[in-house]
Design a protein around this ligand. Structure first.
Ligand code: MD3
Ligand code: FE
Length: 219
């Protein structure tokens, strides 16, 4: 399947899609044309809920995180959960920007899932050496809904495992502008991110950003 990326009616660089599981897809370069607007919107989100490092039951996350939308994913010494308020301010999380919701919906549609009304967008910021260990996303009540992930800035190696922690993992490079969509039988697969290599990205410098759009409650 070819994904059209139109810039003044002209097809731009490398956009294609890759199926990495029965219900998991990478749309390469899906957001290349929107990256600048995403970053402008991100600045607005971060003015309300800035980057912070969250503690976990086992130690500190290696990424900086924030959220937007009706719910946000949080971690503290007592565990992981979704919260409708930002613990830093006690106030609601900032709104999910319209463009983000629209692109998330378009990606889910391109992957063939029915509908998507995300309630949380978790923002992860990787610095050189930041990583994410192999884990499952299981804090959402609605495990039927797909998840959409947007990568911006420095590239990273994404680890895609199976339903058991010890299953073999496949490696995929996620680059600036790539969008991943997965759900259904792939929803509970273990996954992680290898340490990010120190490099300079022309738009983002020494950072990789990952935004994940999630449905939290059952509809
Ligand atoms: C495939 N983030 O925030 S996104 C996370 O790049 C997380 O920051 C990674 O894992 C990141 O929870 C990976 C892509 C992703 C996320 C969850 C998945 C792919 C997935 C769950 C099941 C299968
Ligand atoms: Fe995850």
């Amino acid at each position: 399947m070819q994904q059209l990326n139109l810039l003044g009616g002209i097809r731009t660089q490398g956009s294609s899609s890759e199926q990495i599981g029965p219900q998991a897809f990478i749309f390469r370069g899906f957001l290349l044309d929107d990256a600048a607007q995403f970053l402008a919107d991100l600045n607005g989100v971060l003015q309300v809920s800035p980057w912070r490092r969250m503690p976990t039951v086992r130690g500190w996350m290696s990424v900086d995180q924030s959220n937007c939308g009706p719910y946000g994913w949080i971690s503290d010494k007592t565990g992981y959960r979704y919260s409708s308020t930002d613990p830093l301010s006690g106030q609601p999380w900032p709104d999910m920007p319209e463009l983000w919701q629209q692109r998330a919906f378009e990606a889910v549609d391109a992957a063939g899932f029915k509908c998507f009304e995300p309630q949380a967008c978790l923002l992860n910021r990787y610095r050189p050496k930041s990583k994410m260990g192999l884990h499952q996303d299981r804090d959402e009540e609605d495990l039927a809904a797909p998840i959409v992930s947007v990568s911006l800035g420095l590239p990273a190696v994404f680890l895609f495992g199976g339903l058991r922690r010890t299953d073999p993992v496949e490696k995929y490079l996620l680059e600036h502008g790539d969008v991943l969509v997965w759900g259904g039988v792939d929803r509970m697969r273990f996954h992680g991110v290898m340490p990010v290599r120190q490099e300079n990205h022309e738009l983002l410098g020494e950072q990789r950003l990952n935004l994940t759009f999630r449905r939290v409650q059952r509809r």
